[in-house]
Design a protein around this ligand. Sequence first.
Ligand SMILES: NC(=O)c1ccc[n+]([C@@H]2O[C@H](COP(=O)([O-])OP(=O)(O)OC[C@H]3O[C@@H](n4cnc5c(N)ncnc54)[C@H](O)[C@@H]3O)[C@@H](O)[C@H]2O)c1
Length: 365
Amino acid sequence: MRRIGIGIIGCGNISDAYLKAAPKFPVLDIVGVADINPTAAQAKAEAYGVAAMTIDGLLADPRIAIVLNLTTPQHHVPVGLQAVAQGKHVYSEKPLATTLADAERLVSAAREKGVRVGCAPDTFLGGSHQTARRVIDEGTIGTIVGGSAFMQVAGHELWHPNPDFYYQPGGGPMLDMGPYYLTCLVNLLGPVKSVTGQAKSSYPTRTIGSGPREGQVVTVEVPTHISGLLDFENGAAISITTSFDVWKHEHNHIELYGTTGAMIVSDPNQFQGDIRTSERKGDWTVAEQVHSYGDGNYRILGLADMAQAIVSGREHRANLDLSLHVLEIMESIIRSAEIGQRIDLKHGCARPAPMRADLPFGILE
Ligand SMILES: NC(=O)c1ccc[n+]([C@@H]2O[C@H](COP(=O)([O-])OP(=O)(O)OC[C@H]3O[C@@H](n4cnc5c(N)ncnc54)[C@H](O)[C@@H]3O)[C@@H](O)[C@H]2O)c1
C-alpha cells in the first residue's frame, strides 16, 4: 500500500497522542519530528523511535508530503505558510488560525501551490459522533428544531503546565474548545447562516496550578465566558456557551431537539461515549455504535483520512472549508458581542461524507 510521509512540527503536550496513535494507521509514515526547542524534539524522537530533525531539514525533506503542525495556535499560520511554501500539504491542530484574516492568507497560499490543508478536530470522525450523524441522517428524531451546546470548565491552568496561550489573543474558551462543539454540530446539521454573541472575562489573572511554573500568574487578555446563538441554514437554532469561568454545572455537552424526538450527544472532545435518543417523550435509549473508532483516543484519524484521501484522490473530511467555517463562526460570535449585532457568515461548507463502516480497523478506503 502507498504510505504518506509525515513530518511533525511541535513536540509538546498533544504530540504524544498523535505519536501513540500513528502506528494504528498503515497509511501514515512518521518520518521525523521537529520543534523550535530541539530538546523537546529529541525527547519525542527517543520515546517513539522516530528521527529528530531541524525545522528547516524537515521542511526540505522530500520524503515528507504532509507537515503535521502541532504548535500552539499563534504559530499555526506562520508554520503552515512555511510548509506550503515548500509545496507540502499541512494538517494543523485546531483552531485553523487565530483570526479569519490569517486563515484566509493560508487558504490563498495553499490554493496557489495546489496543496491540501486539513485541521483538527477529528473527534467527529469517531464512533460516537458518526453514530449521532446516522441518527440525524436516518431521521430518527425528525427535523432539528433547536438545541444547546455547553463547554464550561474552571480553566486549563489547573492542569496545563504552560497555559499562557489559552489567555492570549487567539486563545480563550471559544477558540480553544469551540472547534470540537462547532465541528460536531456542522457535521450533524450543516453550515451556520448567522450568529449573535455575548462575551465577558470574569477574572483579570489566572494562577498556574501544576508543573514547574505552579503559582505563577498569567494575565487574561481575552473573554473567558462566551455565549452564542447559531442560526443554521437548515433552520435549527442552537445556543452554545464556552467558558473557563465555571466551577460546576449539570448541562449535557450537546442536546438536539427534533420534531419527533431528542438526542443527547456525547463529549465532542472524545471519540467514545454513548449517544442517547428518545422517541417523543419516551425513555432515553442508547444508539448502537456505527464503527470501531469509538473506544479510545484516535487523535490522528483526521490526518490518516487526509493521507488516504491524497492516495485515493478524494476530498478529506477534516478539511479546509469546514475548519474555515468553524473559525468564522467563533470569531463572529466574539465580534457580535463587541458590536452588539447579528453577523451573517461569508464562508460556508458542505457536510463531510460520513465515515465508511465496512472497513477493517486502521484502513480508511
Ligand atoms: N494539550 C492538549 O490536551 C490539546 C488537546 C487537543 C488539541 N491541542 C492543541 O494542540 C496544539 C498544541 O497544544 P499543546 O498543548 O501540545 O501545546 P504545548 O505548548 O505543550 O506544545 C507546543 C509545542 O510547539 C512548539 N512550538 C511553538 N511554536 C513553534 C514554532 N514556531 N516552530 C516549531 N515549534 C514550535 C513548542 O516549543 C512546544 O514544544 C494547540 O493548538 C492546542 O490547541 C492540545
